[in-house]
Design a protein around this ligand. Sequence first.
Ligand SMILES: C[S@@+](CC[C@H](N)C(=O)[O-])C[C@H]1O[C@@H](n2cnc3c(N)ncnc32)[C@H](O)[C@@H]1O
Length: 221
Amino acid sequence: MSEPSSRLFGRRKGRPLHVRKSALVRELLPTLQIDPAATPDPRALFAVPPVEVWLEIGFGGGEHLAAQAARHPDIGFVGCEPFLNGVASLLDHIDREQLANIRIFPDDARVLLDAMPDHALDRCFVLFADPWPKKRHAERRFIGRANLDRLARTLKSGAELRLATDVAPLAAWMREQVAAHPAFVCIGDGPTPPPDWVATRYEQKGLAAGRQPVYLGYRRV
Ligand SMILES: C[S@@+](CC[C@H](N)C(=O)[O-])C[C@H]1O[C@@H](n2cnc3c(N)ncnc32)[C@H](O)[C@@H]1O
């Protein structure tokens, strides 16, 4: 598959990693890291074939992904995050909580999606994505026609696409973009999270600052 034509926006590195996290990146990451060219089918990434595969795009520090994986040991979780410090935080959760059902693509989710077979995923989370609030940067927002086409191809019929944000222009943009795509129907939109919700770091920061999140759910038809 060819590389996505648009480049990745956002940082790949932050503060230097502490010794423990550096060691996890050096030693644990290679055992969990996905090579999209080698294993396109995500089910084959796990020692025991999982009942479902759930993808989180832009997992940040991995709090949500780790908590979901701990709750659902029979589901295989795939996380994409190009920010190395976030990957290191997820590795810390995996190591401390001994989570066996997470695999990581430490890069642009579009590359992984393009390598996956059709209908490989049962659920996808894109939570508190980078908002790119300026109009001229709208094309950088993850939810847009090109990535919805990628998700429409890789999600199974009946699979859930779960989105959330506390940035009003991004919520409006995402509603508009998904409503215009024929492969998705809305199953939830409002200030109340779904019953099985797990808090994310950005969500908590926003709540502490007085911002109200919006939770959006869609079903792949
Ligand atoms: C605002 S943070 C939110 C992190 C987390 N979901 C949370 O709620 O705490 C958005 C994350 O998306 C990641 N991201 C941006 N573009 C991405 C892409 N194309 N593929 C995977 N992750 C991406 C960024 O690196 C960043 O960590």
